[in-house]
Write a protein that binds this ligand. Sequence first.
Ligand SMILES: NC(=O)c1ccc[n+]([C@@H]2O[C@H](COP(=O)([O-])OP(=O)(O)OC[C@H]3O[C@@H](n4cnc5c(N)ncnc54)[C@H](O)[C@@H]3O)[C@@H](O)[C@H]2O)c1
Length: 235
Amino acid sequence: MTGAGRGIGAAVARLLVDRGAAVCVVDRSMSQLELWGNAPVARVAEDLSAVPSACRVVEAAERELGGVDVLVHAAGVLKRTPFFEVDVENWELHLRTNLRSTFFLAQECARVMRRQGTGGRIVALASDAWWTGGYDGSLAYAASKGGVVTLVRGIARELAPLRITVNAIVPGLVDTEMLRGQLSPVALARQAAAIPWQRPADPSEIARVVEFVVSDAAEYMTGAVFNVSGGLLTY
Ligand SMILES: NC(=O)c1ccc[n+]([C@@H]2O[C@H](COP(=O)([O-])OP(=O)(O)OC[C@H]3O[C@@H](n4cnc5c(N)ncnc54)[C@H](O)[C@@H]3O)[C@@H](O)[C@H]2O)c1
């Protein structure tokens, strides 16, 4: 479970632990994982914007847990930047952290799942920005999330013969640091006002959808893009 240090990733990991799953929580540093205290989880600190990290994360998870049946990739970055100020560094930060990591984590986990021969579940967090192109300086982020949806669709076909499902979760606005950290109160109110459900999601509401997608009930669902946006997007 990546991005488990806070926000959506922490909520998903907590729910899976509550349901009795053996979970490996992954984030950028051990200090980022402090909220896990003495909880019975494996911990891995890696910067997922670097390619070899995918290999190290999956190796560590397999070693600690004795196997890998599920990958939920929620680690992600959004550094809001106006269009004319987007530079190569900003562009690459989003593409490396959000998109490239999705490919290589999925590839490494699928190798383990193939060896195990018992299928598996891969879930990537995309964003409504994949569809809208993003608002308020999130163009590079939106492009990376568009790539995540494309990857999920393609990898789903590759891995279907191995009975590994691959799906994307598309939240709209979720009440986390990522949402609140960089938007002015006016921009936040404007974005929130566009949600028919009239409020951002709580991270636990995204976690419950992930719980379903990794469950046996979702066995026949792969290559899907789960819109969990309170009606902000309708497709
Ligand atoms: N919050 C929202 O409104 C919203 C909406 C749509 C999609 N999402 C997506 O959901 C996912 C989780 O978002 P969130 O709101 O919980 O974000 P968040 O910023 O609150 O948490 C993200 C976590 O990812 C970790 N992370 C970031 N870069 C990393 C790296 N290079 N290596 C390892 N860990 C790294 C952070 O340390 C943090 O713990 C993200 O992929 C985000 O794009 C969020």
